[in-house]
Ligand binder design. Structure first.
Ligand code: LLP
Length: 428
């Protein structure tokens, strides 16, 4: 409990100042519960750690981690920028009150329509390929436009193969050795390149790979500055700052991490005589990951060839364990001080064998009706949820101290048919 900074009173898990069991009773399960204060604290902790050392810093929250409007509103209030990866995320950020100047669009394999949408929205566009650069230049009104380009710094990092976005296998960014040529091309096409971007992967818990990426990108930017004369307004180092999921993992040493990065960054700026551009980082997981739990109730205790505790949601609600084999710590919200006495599989309610939240997990005795809290379910959790097996997606509530608000209503059966049409010839 201490490891994950959980608040426990009378054996019960508390979220903010509210008993998780009361929340589950009132709003039903499965239920996502996000703690507003934790989101704000995470944002401020990371922002302060960087900006104390380099004041021209903007954090672009990676909206894909958690696109709930209420979460975006909090981050808008905190002064965050947004990293958007699709027109839908640009639209969402605008709806949440972010001005276009605070939105950076970093798409991958974008269509002309998407480029046009981003252009018209007036957001900064980070181009991921020469193709996109050329196609953007054909869109009316893009003459003289400020743009940025994503480079692949050939550093691989991340908790799973699927989450490594740098290195030779990655589909993202342009090659290091073509950067000079591509920035020159951007100028020849009539653009004003003002930014460079990289992102190497997600869930990074040590500074080495990130430092390597900063060093490589700064060398690329330095070369582009020297050879092509680009004056960078900003350098964007992407996200990836990890959080502990397993009790054995240690959090990032923020003080050391940010000091090392800023020192390297400013050394490189001086080496290439690049002045003091803005530094952008794009944290997603770090801001929301530990701020939310998924409450789910045990409905079946079963011993077949193995021992299972079956719960009322599955990988449609939280995909990470199935998709990446990710560990999510699970606690019994109505029995927080009980010792582990068994190893058990925590299984979801979908008709697939891979629908497990944990295998052989040390847990206390469990009984039907127990309320489980799956921790660290704020990032890439609801945002990756689906209705697979025709299971409506759960509700989401936000707790602020003693206040609880529904920020997303529970879906019902009619939501399963959103947008569907049956051709008239098939109707009886
Ligand atoms: N910037 C870019 C360009 C990104 O592609 C990403 C994440 C981020 C920032 C934010 O990364 P973060 O700070 O959250 O690590 N679904 C996976 C994670 C995929 C991350 C994709 N890109 C998971 O559940 O672990």
């Amino acid at each position: 409990n201490d490891k994950f900074n959980l608040k426990v009173e009378h054996d019960h898990l508390y979220i903010g100042d509210v008993d998780a069991n009361d929340i589950a009773e009132k709003y039903g399960t499965p239920l996502y519960v996000i703690d507003e204060q934790k989101v704000r604290n995470n944002y401020q902790k990371l922002y302060n750690a960087f900006s104390e050392k380099y004041s021209k810093l903007h954090m672009c929250y990676a909206a894909k981690a958690n696109t709930s409007l209420a979460v975006l509103r909090i981050l808008e209030e905190e002064g965050s920028y947004i990293d958007a990866v699709s027109p839908g995320e640009i639209y969402t950020a605008l709806l949440a009150g972010f001005t276009p100047e605070r939105i950076v669009f970093t798409g991958n394999n974008v269509t002309n329509e998407e480029l046009e949408y981003a252009h018209k929205a007036g957001v900064m566009i980070n181009l991921d390929s020469i193709s996109a650069l050329e196609r953007l230049s054909k869109i009316e009104g893009t003459e003289g436009k400020e743009i940025s380009i994503r480079v692949n710094p050939m550093v691989e990092a991340g908790h799973h193969e699927h989450c490594i976005t740098g290195g030779p296998k990655s589909k993202f960014g342009i090659r290091e050795d073509e950067a000079v040529e591509v920035y020159q091309k951007a100028i020849d096409l009539g653009f004003k390149p003002v930014g460079m971007h990289s992102h190497i992967g997600s869930e990074i818990l040590e500074s080495e790979p990130f430092m390597l990426a900063v060093e490589t990108m700064m060398n690329i930017a330095g070369k582009v500055h020297t050879d092509v004369g680009v004056d960078f307004k900003f350098l964007d180092f992407g996200g990836g700052f990890g959080i502990p999921y397993e009790p054995s993992e240690e959090p990032l040493d923020l003080e050391k991490f940010t000091t090392d990065i800023i020192n390297l960054f400013t050394e490189k700026l001086d080496e290439y005589d690049m002045g003091r551009p803005e530094m952008y980082v794009e944290p997603g997981r770090f801001i929301v990951g530990n701020a939310e739990v998924l409450l789910t109730r045990v409905n079946t205790i079963k011993e077949s060839y193995r021992k299972f505790a079956g719960v009322d949601c599955g990988f449609g609600t939280l995909l990470r364990p199935t998709m990446y084999g990710s560990y999510h710590h699970i606690v019994v919200a109505n029995n927080m001080n009980a010792a582990d006495t068994q190893q058990i599989d925590i299984a979801g309610d979908l008709c697939e064998s891979g629908d497990l939240f944990a295998r052989d997990r040390p847990m206390p005795e469990l009984k039907e009706g127990d309320l489980l809290a799956i921790l660290n379910a704020g990032a890439y959790a609801f945002s990756m949820a689906s209705q697979y097996n025709s299971r409506p997606r759960p509700a989401e509530v936000m707790v602020n101290k003693e206040q609880v608000d529904v920020i997303r209503r529970r879906e019902n059966f009619s939501d399963l048919f959103n947008g569907q049409v049956v051709p008239i010839r098939l109707l009886k």
